[in-house]
Design a protein around this ligand. Structure first.
Ligand code: CP
Length: 314
C-alpha cells in the first residue's frame, strides 16, 4: 500500500495497514543507525522544524537525529525565546514557519488537538510530538516496533498499561495502535486515574496490579503525572509505589520473559523500582533507540504523502 497522508496526527485515524506500513518502513531504516556514516539522502533539501511548547528530551532529540539521518536540515524553535512570548498565536507561528519554506513541523503542545489545528491551517506536513492528553503517536509506534522486534508479532499479545492512564497521551495512542493490530490491552491504575469510557477504546480495566501482570506478555509502565493533581486527590508517591509500583517481587509473579517498557521519563521508586528499570526484561533504552528508526519512517512517509498530494493537484 502507498502512504497518502501529509500529516501524522494520531493513531485513532490510521488503519491497521497504515500502522504496519510505518513499522515495516522503520525496519528498513533501523540499519542506517548501525553504519559508520549514519546517513541516507532520502530527505536531502527538506527542512524539519521542531516546535516544542512543552519540555522533552527523547522526542525532540529523536526527531532531530531522525531528520539528520535522512539528510534533512533541522531547526529547533526555542519557544521560550520566540515571538510566542510576545503573544503570537499557535496558528500564526505555524503559518510563519510555512512561509519560511519549512517542509515539516513537529509539534508538541499542552493543548489536546494542537497538531490537528495546525494541520488544518498549513499546507506543509505536521507531525504530532504529543498533544495534551490526546495522542503521542510516534511513542506508541516505537513501543509497537519494540514489541514486534522482541516478541515477533503484535497480534494476540497481552499488553498491560499501568500508571496514570487518565492524563496519558501515550496510553491513548498505544490503545488505538495495539488494538488495531490485534493485541489485548489491559489498563491498570487507581480508580481516579482511569478515564471514563476507556473501555469503548477496546481496553479492559483493572485496579489490581497482580491481575494486570498475570499472563501479560508486556507491561508498559507510565509516569505518575503528579503535576496535574490539581484536586490533590492522587495517592501519595509512597502509597502509589506500595500498591501499583513494579518491583522485582511483583515481576517474579509474571511470565519469565515479560517485556518491561516505559516511555520515559522514569520516576524511579514511584512507578517502578530501579532494579526493574534496569533488569534484563527491561527494553526501555531499546525503545529510545528504536524511536529514531520509527521517526525516520514517519518523516519519510509524510513527505511522500505531501509530495503525492502536490502532484495530484498540479
Ligand atoms: N517519551 C517522551 O515523550 O519523552 P520526552 O517527554 O522526553 O520527549
Amino acid at each position: 500500500m502507498a502512504w497518502t497522508r501529509k500529516d501524522l496526527l494520531g493513531l485513532e485515524e490510521l488503519t491497521k495497514e497504515e500502522i504496519e506500513l510505518v513499522l515495516t518502513t522503520a525496519e528498513s531504516f533501523k540499519e542506517v543507525s548501525t553504519r559508520d556514516i549514519k546517513k541516507v539522502p532520502a530527505l536531502r533539501g527538506k527542512t524539519v522544524v521542531n516546535l516544542f511548547y512543552e519540555p522533552s528530551t527523547r522526542t525532540r532529540v529523536s526527531f532531530e537525529v531522525a531528520a539528520k539521518r535522512l539528510s534533512a536540515d533541522v531547526i529547533n524553535v526555542a519557544v521560550q525565546e520566540s515571538s510566542v512570548k510576545k503573544g503570537e498565536t499557535l496558528i500564526d507561528t505555524a503559518r510563519n514557519i510555512e512561509a519560511l519554506k519549512a517542509d515539516i513541523i513537529v509539534v508538541r503542545h499542552s493543548a489536546s488537538g494542537a497538531a490537528n489545528i495546525i494541520a488544518r491551517h498549513v499546507g506543509i506536513s505536521v507531525v504530532n510530538g504529543g498533544d495534551g492528553w490526546h495522542e503521542h503517536p510516534t511513542q506508541a509506534l516505537l513501543d509497537m516496533f519494540t514489541l514486534k522486534e522482541k516478541l515477533g508479532k503484535i497480534e494476540g499479545l497481552k499488553v498491560s498499561i499501568v500508571g496514570d492512564i487518565a492524563h496519558s497521551r501515550v496510553a491513548r495512542s498505544n490503545i488505538w495502535g495495539l488494538t488495531k493490530l490485534g493485541a489485548e490491552v489491559t489498563v491498570c491504575a487507581p480508580k481516579i486515574l482511569i478515564p471514563p469510557g476507556i473501555e469503548k477504546m477496546g481496553a479492559r480495566v483493572t485496579h489490581d496490579i497482580d491481575e494486570a501482570l498475570k499472563g501479560a506478555d508486556a507491561i508498559n509502565v507510565l509516569r505518575m503525572q503528579f503535576e496535574r493533581d490539581e484536586q490533590k486527590a492522587f495517592p501519595s508517591p509512597l502509597d502509589y509505589f506500595k500498591t501499583f509500583g513494579i518491583t522485582r517481587e511483583r515481576l517474579e509473579t509474571a511470565k519469565k520473559e515479560i517485556v518491561v517498557m516505559h516511555p520515559g521519563p522514569i520516576n524511579r521508586g514511584i512507578e517502578m523500582s530501579s532494579e526493574v528499570a534496569d533488569c534484563p526484561n527491561s527494553v526501555i533504552l531499546e525503545q529510545v533507540t528504536n524511536g529514531i528508526a520509527v521517526r525516520m519512517a514517519v518523516l519519510f512517509l509524510v513527505t511522500q504523502g505531501h509530495d503525492q498530494r502536490d502532484e495530484n493537484t498540479h
